[in-house]
Design a protein around this ligand. Structure first.
Ligand code: FAD
Length: 315
């Protein structure tokens, strides 16, 4: 599809929650040049912008976003020896599958994680004890404020649990990334892909309208009422938030058309027709319950778009 900026585009279909009102302006960018064109247009017209990838970690306001939504769709993937380079809009699962099929290990866990390379590199997506920080060697970035392009090493990205420096620098856009993989037998890699997928399907509500984990697992040090936690959690750095939510009897709790999954309490599901307020209300309710039972203030892993109270600066 050629590059064009369209008006009044409903965002719900571009998110896995299927929630969210219209973007005043919307475009898909398939290359660096198209991204540049979109950014220049937004700058010239003084229209705020936000980028999205697969929309699999987003809760978009029912009133939508009064600006330009740029959907990253530069999906190029290339293999050079044991290195894989991918555009920010490349689908993470496709990169994981391409790598595993080529006998390059390191992303087998990611096959069941929706979204794009840009979203995964920014949020340090991970599963089953692995995450993106283990394979990232170089990330190409545009500083949309200064109009500069530069490269960052993993040390400069400052990776942590589901976080990176990108979360503190909302004017930085990821355009591509380079990953160091480990050579392995492709059949073994594909076996691991299947195993991880199986584990994910049995423990999480896959195939539902959700956005993965709503909250980050809080550090064990945040817990004031330590006596209430099973001993096996005490040796871990973080408490599984699913367990905290379960202890508050929240599995299956419904507000409007938003429901806390009965399969995994940290997955909130749109039963069909949930509004932003249904989902945001359910999130607030769960936070309050965990705060009063355990004295912990949960932090969202999902990102908000269009809510003036929670949206980062460039959004
Ligand atoms: C069923 C299901 C299972 C999931 N399982 C997991 C899991 O196991 N582990 C896990 O970590 N996550 C999981 N998630 C959450 C989600 O898949 C990840 O967070 C994913 O990395 C988000 O990528 P995305 O492209 O969809 O980002 P989006 O949701 O589109 O955006 C997320 C944020 O990244 C920003 N962003 C996107 N692209 C760029 C870019 N190029 N440059 C700068 N910023 C950008 C956006 O502005 C936004 O703030 C799951 C989600 C679902 C629906």
């Amino acid at each position: 599809m050629p590059f064009e900026i369209t008006e009044n585009v409903t965002l719900a279909p571009f998110t896995t929650y299927k929630i969210g009102g219209p973007a005043r302006y919307f475009c898909r960018v398939h290359s660096y040049d198209e991204l540049k064109e979109a950014l220049i247009w937004s700058h010239k017209n003084e229209i705020p912008f936000v980028v999205i990838g697969g929309g699999s970690n987003l809760l978009v306001h029912d009133e939508g976003f009064d600006g330009l939504v740029i959907k990253m769709e530069d999906r190029g993937i290339s293999i050079k020896g044991t290195l894989i380079e991918a555009g920010a809009g490349a689908v993470l699962a496709t990169v994981a599958y391409t790598a595993s099929e080529a006998g390059l290990s390191g992303l087998e866990w990611a096959f069941g994680v929706p979204g794009t390379i840009g979203g995964a590199v920014r949020g340090n997506a991970g599963a089953f004890g692995s995450d993106m920080s283990e394979i990232v060697v170089d990330v190409e970035v545009i500083d949309t404020e200064k109009g500069t392009v530069f490269h960052l090493s993993p040390q400069e990205i400052g990776y942590g649990y589901r976080t990176s420096r990108f979360k503190k620098e909302p004017t930085w856009l990821i355009t591509r990334a380079l990953f160091q993989m480990n050579p392995d037998d492709s059949a073994y890699c594909m076996e691991r892909v299947e195993e991880f997928l199986e584990k994910k399907n049995t423990s999480q509500p896959t195939g539902k309208q959700c956005a993965g984990s709503v909250f980050q697992n809080p550090p064990i040090s945040d817990l004031s009422r330590i006596s209430e936690v099973p001993v096996e959690f005490l040796s871990r750095e973080r408490i599984p938030v699913g367990w905290l939510l379960e202890q508050c009897n929240l599995k299956g709790h419904v507000i409007g058309q938003a429901c806390i999954s009965t399969k995994h309490a940290n997955f909130f599901v749109n039963l069909g027709g949930a509004t932003y307020e249904d989902m945001a209300g359910l999130i607030r309710f769960a936070k309050d319950r965990v705060a009063s039972k355990f004295g912990i203030l949960l932090k969202e892993e999902i990102q908000y778009i269009g809510n003036p109270n929670t949206v980062p600066l460039n959004h």
